[in-house]
Ligand binder design. Structure first.
Ligand SMILES: Nc1ncnc2c1ncn2[C@@H]1O[C@H](COP(=O)(O)OP(=O)(O)OP(=O)(O)O)[C@@H](O)[C@H]1O
Length: 620
């Protein structure tokens, strides 16, 4: 299970909000015309609102003072028309951006999904799945909201304020100065708020990701939790994390409410002072009543653009954090991203096959490892590498069993062949072609894998098995043959046979049944190279013997590396390699090693007696 949350602090502080948001440009570019149009429409709409005070001024100083009813009706009609225009234009603005923004969100989500598929296993080992889930859902929603509102409204409101203050200045420079009084403290305050809110926003989004991970683990591991009576501890952990998140959200709310209170109070005070000064000026005859009415109505109309700055800044900050979080997995640098860099879509495969200079030569050299070393990127500093200089040659068509003490690196070694992990040193070649030089899609077509812990997807039995045949797919005959080899006769008795849904959302299968389906998936494409990581561990003796008998035919056609824990699996192999202290310490037939190698003899006898009784448990 993926474990850790990446440390947010460096990313949060190393980038300004604007720089973070500018990273969205490639996605915004295609809809820039629409966004621009919506901003222009927004400015026109809010300008309509600013025209209303001017009509009021004309109304008060003209028809009202002159007691002209038709003029009053005309003025009222004009105000109504301007109001309707303003509302209609704001509606048009929404319409202009709603669909394109949904498209931006969809394409960002799709890019993230593609990226996650291509990032190597070492990345997924280190990243908690809830963190990735929250980036693909919550963060993308925040970004869409930002593009829909703050991005446009920061511009619209700033422009409205400029126009509005221009109008105010034209009415009365003195009163405008009074109104502008709080501007400087407001700007200073907003800047301080930005820094503190950015940190809180990042913390909240990371905590939400951790919470998602905990919920996911609790759901997936519900059996273990129940079996060990851990529900109380688990729910305590949940409540603790939920409390932390709540605390951070409250902290955010407090920051926002402080800012909001000041943003609301200072302009209100300024308007109050302007009112007093204005009334004094009117009584002195220095200002007309209509001008004062217009001034105050314009100032009130500008309240919303000014007040909204608080939450628009808050939303922009959250969006900057969401952008950082989104681009973290998207721009992973270094070895971690190597698979993504040379990985190709399944659709590109045909092109790869013809273009690839390192194509495998049939009847060639088999699988060769030379000086292969590997160290997990997250291994503790100073610890020994898992593998150091593995030399192994599996001849073409040969089956090699890989045996070694538990934790010696067998699974790790098998994962290097399809490049689920990249070797840190040495070379692996398939029929003479270096796997490091091969496009990943090509490599994965040549090499099929079945792991000890079989994963089935929420799909039908047929789809789960056919998945192993790569992009070319598998016909019905191939699927049936694979099911037969893996002794999956039980699928025909399922409610809808091969069309029965299995996996997380489907019918529950026993461990042994799932393992056999995973084996069928590995052999369905008749791969040139087959990697089996203890694929029969969950089978009962009888079924294991049947699978082995059928598997022998498959193994004759392919070059195979089979991780084996017990003699019955070793018996499938032509030769056995013993992995010990990070390297292959002996290679030979089962008999030869039994005779000549003490460690092998000990392993085989130990496993035979200690492990076998536990493993004979095909549940259903
Ligand atoms: N993602 C990882 N990050 C760091 N270390 C790891 C990781 N996965 C495995 N290891 C370590 O690498 C070593 C080899 O593990 P590996 O699973 O390859 O052993 P194994 O021989 O297959 O064991 P077993 O026979 O029990 O299946 C172990 O010490 C393990 O703790």
């Amino acid at each position: 299970m993926p474990a850790t949350t990446p440390d947010p602090a460096p990313a949060a502080r190393s980038r300004s909000s604007i720089r973070s948001l500018l990273r969205l440009w490639p996605y915004v570019r295609p809809i820039r015309a629409r966004l621009g149009a919506s901003a222009v429409v927004g400015v026109v709409a809010s300008s309509m609102g600013l025209l209303i005070p001017l009509v009021l001024k004309w109304l008060v100083d003209g028809p009202v003072t002159d007691q002209d009813p038709s003029g009053v009706w005309l003025g009222g009609g004009l105000v109504l028309l301007l109001g309707l225009l303003e509302a209609g234009l704001f509606g048009l603005r929404r319409w202009l951006v709603a669909r394109p923004l949904a498209g931006v969100e969809a394409s960002m989500r799709s890019d993230l999904y593609q990226r996650l598929q291509r990032l190597p296993v070492s990345f997924h080992d280190r990243w908690a799945s809830g963190q990735l889930l929250s980036r693909a859902t919550m963060d993308l929603q925040i970004l869409r909201m930002f593009l829909a509102f703050p991005l446009v409204f920061l511009f619209v409101n700033a422009t409205t304020m400029l126009i509005g203050f221009g109008i105010l200045l034209a009415q009365s420079p003195l009163l405008t100065l009074v109104l502008l009084g709080p501007a400087v403290p407001l700007v200073v305050l907003s800047m301080r708020f930005e820094t503190r809110y950015a940190l809180a926003a990042r913390r909240a989004q990371d905590q939400a990701g951790d919470l998602a991970t905990l919920v996911e683990e609790s759901v997936l591991g519900v059996r273990i939790i129940k079996a060990f009576g851990r529900h109380r501890t688990q729910s305590q952990a949940f409540h603790q994390q939920a409390r932390d998140l709540r605390g951070t959200e409250l902290h955010k709310a407090r920051l926002l409410s402080d800012l909001w209170a000041i943003i609301m109070t200072l302009p209100e005070l300024a308007i109050g002072v302007a009112l007093v000064v204005g009334v004094l000026q009117v009584s002195d005859g220095k200002l007309s009543t209509g001008t004062l009415v217009a001034f105050l109505t314009t100032a009130l109309a500008l309240r919303w653009p000014v007040e909204s700055i608080g939450f628009l800044l808050a939303m922009s900050n959250e969006a900057a954090t969401a952008a950082d979080r989104y681009f973290e997995p998207m721009t992973m640098q270094g070895a971690e991203a190597s698979e993504a860099a040379d990985g190709k879509d399944a659709e590109d495969l045909t092109a790869d096959l013809t273009a690839d200079p390192a194509a495998v030569r049939p009847g060639g050299d088999g699988l060769r490892m030379a000086g292969v070393g590997f160290r997990y990127p997250d291994a503790p500093a100073g610890s020994a590498p898992v593998l150091t200089g593995v030399d192994l040659h599996i001849r073409s068509g040969e089956t090699m069993a890989l045996v070694g003490a538990t934790g010696c690196g067998k699974t790790t070694l098998t994962a290097l062949v399809p490049r689920l992990h990249e070797p840190t040193s040495g070379r692996i070649t398939l029929d003479g072609a270096d796997t490091a030089a091969m496009p990943v899609a090509r490599l994965r077509e040549l090499v099929a894998v079945a792991f000890e812990e079989p994963t089935l997807f929420s799909a039908t039995v047929r789809e789960n098995v056919a998945m192993g045949a790569g992009p070319s797919g598998a016909d019905e005959a191939a699927v049936l043959r694979a099911l037969e080899i893996a002794q999956c006769g039980f699928v025909h008795a399922l409610p809808q046979g091969l069309d029965t849904q299995v996996g997380e959302q489907g019918l529950s299968l026993s461990g042994g049944q799932r393992q056999r389906l995973a084996l069928a998936r590995a052999v369905v494409g008749r791969p040139q190279f087959l990697i089996l990581d203890d694929p029969l561990s969950a089978l009962d003796v009888h079924t294991e013997a049947l699978v082995e008998a059928a598997l022998r035919d498959v193994l004759r056609e392919t070059t195979a590396l089979v991780v084996a824990h017990r003699p019955s699996t070793v018996a499938l192999a032509d030769r056995v390699a013993l992995l010990s202290q990070g390297r292959v310490s002996a290679v030979g037939t089962h008999q030869e090693l039994l005779r000549d190698n003490t460690e092998y003899r000990r392993l085989m006898s130990g496993l035979d007696t200690a492990v076998e009784p536990l493993e004979r448990s095909d549940a259903r």
